[in-house]
Ligand binder design. Structure first.
Ligand code: ATP
Ligand code: MG
Length: 183
């Protein structure tokens, strides 16, 4: 599974539709302070279902929508799409057969959030399920940001265990059990 590209529109500083292709296994995004590097990472987490504004460096969930700049008016909605190469079938369930998987999220100023899998509207659950156990996800160890190393070192045993369970691939079974018990 490999991230092939990310399409941003109306998200934080990316007001105009922008596609960032990742052509090889290693890519770097470089640029001056404040140019939007971290916004790209926020975008990746947001699509995968992050529901805490704090983790996206904002105060409310609609803070991800471009809120205007000198000479540009705010826009009404934000959307991000991630396109994954899934030729190895790592992204599973009903979608394992697809060589390419597109995951998209949109949000409007009214706070209406929509998710899409390969163009079909779906629930947030379907997106989080897709990534459970793959090591990828809004809070996963696949994204190591500023301050996270320190957080890991200082983590309580039960917090550390969450990362280990995801790495071991058992978090998805625990999630299923939790759901069954709650029914
Ligand atoms: P650094 O090198 O300092 O870490 P960076 O490249 O990671 O910088 P970001 O934090 O990604 O920079 O981008 C910050 C910029 O994004 C700021 O200029 C901020 O005004 C802009 N920005 C954030 N949210 C929005 C929004 N909702 N609308 C418009 N611009 C926004
Ligand atoms: Mg940054």
């Amino acid at each position: 599974m490999r991230l092939k590209s990310i399409k941003l529109a109306g998200f934080k500083s990316f007001v105009d539709p922008t596609t960032v292709p990742f052509k090889s296994n290693m890519s770097a995004i470089v640029g001056p302070n404040g140019c939007g590097k971290s916004n790209v990472i926020d975008a990746v987490r947001w699509v995968m279902g992050e529901s805490s504004a704090k983790y996206l460096r904002g105060e409310s969930m609609t803070d991800v929508i471009f809120n205007g700049s000198r000479g540009r008016k705010p826009v009404g909605q934000a959307s991000i799409e991630l396109v994954f190469d899934n030729t190895a079938g790592k992204l599973g369930g009903a979608y394992a057969q697809y060589a390419e998987i597109a995951v998209k999220r949109q949000v409007t100023r009214e706070g209406q959030s929509n998710y899409f899998l390969n163009g079909t509207k779906c629930r947030r659950r379907d997106i989080t399920d897709l990534f459970l156990g793959t090591g990828l996800g809004p809070r996963s160890y696949a994204i190591i940001e500023q301050g996270m190393i320190a957080r890991l070192i200082e983590a309580k045993p039960e917090e550390l265990r969450v990362y280990l369970e995801e790495a071991a691939g058992i978090s998805k079974y625990k999630e299923r059990r939790r759901e069954t018990e709650n029914r």
